[in-house]
Design a protein around this ligand. Structure first.
Ligand SMILES: Cc1cc2nc3c(=O)[nH]c(=O)nc-3n(C[C@H](O)[C@H](O)[C@H](O)COP(=O)(O)O)c2cc1C
Length: 410
């Protein structure tokens, strides 16, 4: 057992210091302007979270190519980006109280919905399985020139984040998005240097990391969110994930956030395993395994709801930082209460619209919590009693409108 407490600071390999062991994990804000730039709502939201006590705030996924969005109203940073002033204001709002603010950078690959992308791209031309094939068009395989372009795009977004005043960046390598698609043998059947062996499948993420490190220097924090596994037969396994962790650790990555799953197997939003429910954190056992092999700082996200659960993960040495998402979308002050030693419990609970078919067909957790985030962006209090069905109706309406706008714009 270690004596580390949630209030202790953490020095990362690059020398940066996190003031405590609680991080707000990435949650897509979905409230950018029409031209994909951030706005005042981002400042309100991150000011609120930076007041809430977490030592590290990780932004929702910022896309690096406007042709391929994960969700409507994503912020996009690519060549010709016009929102640097707004980006600076966003950064300023999130770094108050000595809080670290890292930008999560992502490319959705084939997890870009039909109403946003006619022909998504991926490692290989392998479509998402039913019923997701109704919501996502089949992808085409990227050619090598495009892969190098994506490496440059991730790097450009990271450089822009640093220029704007963000204090770090995180590569989104989890949840079934493009980097994860390359890592997974189920989604990557390439026969060139980007597919086949694990060394080849991890080439994309490694090249992105190296390119960012070369551009940002040795003293700027770079992290990654990585799956413990895909939880699909024939997918990315824990053993493979551990190999990727070892390689990135040897390259001096600053923080590895462990999550798991994808749209096809959404384990990141909850596990039904009895042992996991008892221990709160969904991917705790995997973290314990990697901890035996590497000393790189580990952040564990998914399922934390109590101070006891967080402290025990830290004290057992499974991780160095605990990541919270839904809890802080509902209660931005939750980290402060935990750090004060209060025995508070997160208000996160099982959501249902009351209609089973809708609960199954829609990413209910995402859209309901996104509504709470939007309330914070408008400086309103969250509404734990909001009916999930209302969020579903609003989302369907907004997606329809977005699709229509894109058809008209063509
Ligand atoms: C509304 C919402 C949006 C999310 N967006 C992202 C995202 O942009 N990037 C990411 O890595 N994870 C995203 N997640 C997943 C969370 O970071 C986290 O892994 C997951 O919610 C489990 O943590 P929790 O149990 O503390 O909520 C999102 C989750 C929610 C609820």
């Amino acid at each position: 057992m270690s004596q580390i407490s949630l209030n202790d600071s953490l020095t990362l390999p690059c020398g940066a210091v996190l003031k405590n062991r609680i991080a707000k994990s990435a949650m897509s804000e979905n409230m950018a302007n029409q031209d994909y730039t951030p706005n005042e709502k981002f400042q309100n939201l991150y000011h609120t979270w930076a007041t809430g006590g977490a030592g590290l705030l990780i932004t929702g996924n910022v896309m690096c190519d406007k042709r391929y969005l994960g969700e409507p109203k994503n912020v996009v940073i690519e060549n010709g980006f016009l929102g640097i002033d707004e980006l600076k204001k966003w950064a300023q709002s999130g770094i108050i109280n000595q809080t670290h603010l890292w930008m999560q950078i992502n490319h959705p690959g084939k997890q870009s919905p039909k109403f946003l992308t006619k022909e998504p791209v991926s490692a290989s031309a392998i479509a998402l399985k039913s019923p997701l094939d109704k919501m996502f068009n089949p992808p085409r395989a990227l050619d090598e020139k495009e892969i190098y372009d994506i490496i440059e795009r991730f790097t450009f977004a990271a450089i822009t984040a640093k220029k704007a005043g963000f204090t770090g960046v995180q590569i989104h390598g989890a949840h079934g998005y493009l980097i994860n698609q390359f890592l997974s043998p189920l989604h990557n059947s390439r026969q060139d240097q980007w597919g086949g062996s694990l060394t080849n499948r991890m080439r994309l993420v490694l090249e992105i990391y190296k390119s960012m490190r070369a551009a940002l220097g040795g003293q700027f924090p770079i992290g990654i969110k990585l799956n413990s596994a895909d939880f699909q037969k024939g997918g990315f396994t824990e053993e493979e994930s551990l190999e990727v962790v070892k390689v990135l650790a040897a390259e001096k990555i600053d923080l590895i956030e462990i999550s798991g799953g994808s749209y096809e197997a959404p384990e990141m939003m909850g596990s039904k395993k009895e042992s996991t429910i008892k221990r709160e954190a969904y991917f705790l056992e995997y973290c314990e395994k990697i901890r035996k092999e590497v000393t790189v700082p580990l952040m564990l996200t998914g399922g934390f709801r109590s101070r006891e659960g967080m402290e025990s993960a830290l004290k057992s040495n499974a991780c160095d930082v605990v990541g919270l998402a839904r809890s802080v979308a509902l209660d931005p002050n939750f980290p402060n209460e935990i750090l004060r030693g209060q025995n508070v419990l997160s208000k996160v609970k099982q959501l249902t619209t009351g209609i089973k078919a809708i609960d199954k067909a829609m990413p209910l957790e995402i859209i309901w919590y996104a509504d709470q985030i939007h309330r914070l962006g408008k400086m309103k209090n969250t509404n734990p009693n909001a009916h999930p069905l209302l969020s579903v109706v609003k989302t369907l309406f907004a997606s329809g409108l977005e699709g229509l706008k894109r058809v008209r714009a063509k």
